[in-house]
Design a protein around this ligand. Sequence first.
Ligand code: AMP
Ligand code: ZN
Length: 465
Amino acid sequence: MPIRFFNTLSRTKEPFEPMEPGKVRMYTCGPTVYNYAHIGNLRTFLFEDLLRRHLKYRGFDVYHVMNLTDVEDKIIRACKETGEPLKSLTAKYVDAFFEDLDALGVERAEEYPAATDHIPEMVELIKTLRDRGHTYEIDGSIYFKLSTFPQYGALSHFDMDQLQSGASGRVDSDEYATEDARDFALWKAYDEDDGAVFWETELGKGRPGWHIECSCMSMKYLGESFDIHCGGIDNMFPHHENEIAQSEAATGKQFVRYWLHSAHLSVENKKMSKSLGNIYTLRDLVAMGHDPLAVRWALISTHYKQPSNFTFEGLEAAKVTLNRIRDFRIRLEGIRGEGSDLAEAIETCEREFGDALDDDLNISGAIAAVFEFVREANRLMDKDDLSQEGARQALALLDRLNAVTGLFSPPLVDEVPQSILDLVQERQDARRAKDFARADAIREQLTSEGWVLEDTADGPRVKRT
Ligand code: AMP
Ligand code: ZN
């Protein structure tokens, strides 16, 4: 069976066929960098990470672009409140975003274009829309005229006549008067509230609207038509509808073939909100002593289309499950001698795991297949009947499944003393600085202190020799 994804556009599960065989071009809406990402945002980014890793596991060459929204109403408000210039405020949260991704074991996309680095391209796209008769201007601001794009609403299956700006989702908070309440801003004329945030362009002094950046940067890096576009469900309307309108009105071509949207995360059965004080960041959870990998497990293990409920009980359960995997791996590593191999169980596990993820990323099915395998292998080990080669193959299986999920090769951080972890970090820093002599010297020091260091796809792992 081919890979199937639930496509928001058709409201059905469809076989996935990329435009170019063997290659997948995908775009995922990235963070608005005026604050730390909260665990709801991270849930969406982890779903997208699973998607790209699974496509790679199935042999596709994936080209993934995620934008960084670094100019937008909320960011400008934050600059005003803090007195910090836009660039330094956003740079801080861009760095924090990547730190969070690394801590969670999220693979890097191929490109992370920032909106403010693409102002000329956005101006060009707006000019194209203007030349094609899709815009109008009021007081220096340029709007998309929705009545010129009758297909509008196809993604969210809304009735156009009932659509009103502000009906749902994030809308432009500007107060400019438009001809039709549903029209949205492509270019916002300078307003004194914008402070130092403006660009002098052919369109006048101002800044881009939020939606145009995603049309512009996705098409720049992936072409006018591409395979997959993702985001959280709140992005579907109006943001993704507006992206479709801008892109298809400009090119006359289908913008995206498959739209995948993840459901929201709530916390202890409540919507995250400032007033409830339940908007957690990864940093908050780490400061409470939680392992980022347990957070990864907790956020990834509910199917992406199911609303997910984050609970501290669930996080504790994720920690227990991870420790079960750690114990299982340690047990396998200790196996010496002759006995049965696990060839059939390995084959069954990998097939069921892959089949489950092929079915619209059924993560629960995939995890269940792994735990069935763990039970089977433990049964053999209880009888002292697993061969060393069988154990080696089992560990290799876990590493392959880890490449897709990031869940099955957890580093044994718990037992490693801080001084050793510091050395590992120092070696990473040396490698990043291309100081390989220093990196090698640190490895030798680790060896002399009784630790072996392995570089895995998920970063370095240390264990006792
Ligand atoms: P933002 O930083 O607000 O632009 O959002 C980044 C991503 O997180 C978008 O794909 C949103 O749809 C998604 N997102 C926002 N809130 C939640 C939530 N509570 N649960 C899951 N995803 C969310
Ligand atoms: Zn977007």
